[in-house]
Design a protein around this ligand. Structure first.
Ligand SMILES: O=S(=O)(O)c1ccc(O)c(O)c1
Ligand SMILES: [Ca+2]
Ligand SMILES: [Fe+2]
Length: 333
């Protein structure tokens, strides 16, 4: 019997394990300007200026730099139950996380290890935060508005696509080979380009979290700030204009190597007949619309994922390697 999937509203928060909370605070709070909603001795709960819920990023100190879990908000408390039933029917590990026993501010939740090997939480209840949208006096750094998306490394992109389709996600864009083999896909529940995207590679690993700003000058500004402070080694890729999503972007690496994208100006995807836009893997504008090359570390480096007991998960090797795809005769060579 097909279990009804939970009604996912959006990608809501990520919990990262960091090896030095003070160093992480410098990067995510002092430099990027995320707002500290709550902290206890070992964890920081952070959010952007537009976020009305308690947090969109949790940094918890631990022995290994890793993704602890991704979290999606679902529409009703009943959808938390649907998530439990859906993943139990798939034979996946499912654990109840009662309010107060998991992330601060989050109500009754369920955590699963999904078919791709990622630890994923589904929750509905979450505490509110002060409305900071017009507290311009508190806007700092990159002036991050909100969490926008998760990007995950997985060896089997078609399997990832099918899993998220079964959860009711739409597909806004893909990168495909000449025989339509799937190299990457961007999938959504909220009405923008993605809540989650897949990068081909050994997995399960976290590739990056995408944080949205309102303006491209905020993307440029944070790159300038890292340059001014002689911390330019934290800038990995960009600034630039994406082909896929059309967003303006820069990728940064935190002190543990966690990758964060500062991202702005993608587009609406909310009509029920929204069509997928398909890029050819040989189109050199797909990842940077101006044809700038993608640095090798961007394709190869990513963070391990912890299981439900906080142990790093083994990774399965990549089945497809986009960085090895040769640019065709039409490319910039
Ligand atoms: O580099 S891509 O244009 O494929 C791209 C598009 C959107 C993203 O969020 C991203 O991380 C990467
Ligand atoms: Ca650099
Ligand atoms: Fe991204």
């Amino acid at each position: 019997m097909q279990h009804t999937p939970p009604d996912v509203i959006r990608s809501a928060y990520a919990q990262l394990a960091v090896t030095d909370l003070a160093a992480a605070r410098w990067f995510w709070v002092e430099m990027l300007g995320l707002h500290v909603q709550h902290e206890d001795g070992a964890a920081l709960y952070l959010r952007g200026t537009d976020e009305l819920t308690h947090h969109s990023l949790v940094l918890r100190e631990g022995p290994v730099a890793a993704l602890d879990h991704l979290a999606y908000r679902v529409r009703t408390p009943e959808d938390v139950e649907r998530a439990a039933g859906f993943f139990t029917a798939l034979g996946r590990p499912v654990r109840r996380v009662p309010a107060g026993s998991g992330a601060a501010g989050v109500g009754d939740a369920v955590r699963v290890v999904d078919p791709l090997g990622f630890t994923v939480e589904f929750f509905h209840g979450i505490a509110r935060g002060e409305r900071l949208i017009q507290r311009y006096d508190l806007h700092r750094g990159a002036r991050i508005a909100r969490l926008d998306h998760f990007n995950i490394c997985t060896p089997d992109i078609p399997a990832a696509y099918e899993h998220y389709r079964s959860l009711g996600f739409g597909c806004s864009e893909t990168i495909e080979g000449d025989e339509h083999e799937l190299y990457a896909a961007w999938m959504y529940r909220k009405q923008t380009v993605h809540d989650v995207a897949f990068t081909g590679g050994a997995g399960p690993r976290l590739h990056h979290i995408g944080m949205a700003t309102h303006e491209s000058h905020q993307v440029l500004h944070i790159a300038d700030v890292f340059g001014s402070l002689r911390k330019e080694h934290h800038i990995e890729r960009g600034p630039g204009r994406h082909g896929v999503s059309n967003a303006f972007y820069v990728y940064l690496r935190d002190p543990d190597g966690h990758r964060v994208e500062i991202y702005t100006s993608d587009y609406y995807t909310g009509d029920p007949d929204h069509e997928t836009y398909r890029w050819n893997v040989h189109d050199d504008r797909r990842r940077d619309f101006w044809g700038n090359a993608v640095i090798e570390s961007w394709y190869k480096e990513a963070a391990p994922v912890l299981d439900l007991d906080g142990e790093p998960q083994p990774v399965a090797e990549a089945k497809i390697d986009e960085s090895a795809a040769q640019v065709g005769a039409d490319g910039l060579g």
